[in-house]
Design a protein around this ligand. Structure first.
Ligand code: IPE
Ligand code: IPE
Ligand code: MG
Ligand code: MG
Ligand code: MG
Length: 297
């Protein structure tokens, strides 16, 4: 029987675990290297949703893997994600002032520090990954390869370049989906893959996890585009109307809000199909998918 989870309870249980581990990985008492650790902690420990690490933990839980071994790799996804946000907010990119309820990093430190803090978090994620306890060398190699692929040129960075090159022009829906696939869905897919690799799952399950990750990743960015125009700074904890301001082509600018929300629903239903081929209780992952399309921040 499918276990029914209150996803809010699940997030409330896991977020502190992840926050504690992030704290440990970036200790406050490390006073060397100027303000580097302080700046990294400012962005990393700010109240984000922790969705990427939560997805890894939920996947490991679903597949009956070792949750203790999953915690550190899960945190490396949050490091890469946070680096991507710091750089995304820079004046040369989206030029935003608010993130996770705080002034963006380049507003409290020099811009150079924001660039370098992002660089540090990316580099440190890989260092942390290879030092993760409870994993064998083969698993570490596969995790490193996955993180590099999903956050690199074919993944997040490539998507960010596509996103910036599309400013001020109208792109078609296929190009936009390709952009979303890379800039956002890639790292969310990595979160699922991480869970599969840590749990030593079969190739078939890993393939289903990737397809599920792709769909919820696309849905996540579709909803992000909706919230950019429908919500406010206080609720989002980040600058609202940023896409309008930067003349981005978004799902909403191309299709309108109603049709965009329908797309998110379709992606959600498609994601559930991929869970059907996983021979475990996938109720938790399904609940997280639902949460992604119903979220308000
Ligand atoms: C924001 O990600 C950037 C996108 C990929 C749209 P989140 O909405 O997960 O940001 P945090 O981690 O909660 O701050
Ligand atoms: C950014 O997309 C995705 C990243 C890789 C950081 P957005 O630019 O829409 O993210 P927000 O809205 O600033 O969080
Ligand atoms: Mg952006
Ligand atoms: Mg942005
Ligand atoms: Mg956005």
């Amino acid at each position: 029987m499918t276990k029914l989870y209150s996803i809010e309870e699940y997030l409330q249980e896991k977020a502190p675990l992840i926050n504690r581990q992030l704290e440990e990985l970036l200790p406050e008492d490390n006073v060397s290297y100027g303000n580097l650790y302080k700046a990294a902690r400012y962005s990393l420990l700010a109240p984000g949703k922790r969705l990427r690490p939560v997805l890894t933990l939920a996947t490991v839980e679903t597949l009956g893997g070792d949750l203790n071994a999953a915690l550190t790799p899960a945190c490396t996804l949050e490091m890469v994600h946070t680096y991507s946000l710091i750089h995304d907010d820079l004046p040369c990119m989206d030029d935003d002032d608010l993130r996770r309820g705080r002034p963006t990093l380049h507003k409290v430190y020099p811009e150079s520090h924001a660039v370098l803090t992002g660089d540090f978090l990316l580099t440190y994620a890989f260092e942390t990954l290879v030092n993760s306890p409870g994993l064998n060398s083969d698993q570490k190699l596969r995790l490193v390869r996955t993180l590099a692929l999903r956050s690199g040129g074919q993944g997040m960075i490539g998507g960010q370049v596509m996103d910036l090159e599309a400013e001020g022009i109208t792109i078609d829906l296929a190009t936009m989906q390709e952009t979303h696939l890379r800039k956002t869905a890639a790292l969310l897919t990595a979160s699922l893959e991480f869970g599969g690799i840590i749990s030593n799952c079969s190739t078939d399950i890993l393939e289903s996890l990737k397809l599920f990750g792709r769909d919820i990743g696309l849905a996540f960015q579709v909803i992000d585009d909706v919230l950019d125009v429908t919500s406010d700074e206080k609720t989002l904890g980040k600058t609202a109307q940023s896409d309008l301001h930067n003349e981005k082509s978004t799902y909403v600018s191309l299709l309108g809000e109603e049709e965009t929300r329908r797309c998110a629903q379709d992606l959600y239903h498609s994601s559930l199909k991929h869970l059907e081929s996983i021979p475990h209780d996938t109720g938790l992952l399904a609940a997280l998918a639902k949460r992604i399309i119903t979220r308000i921040s």
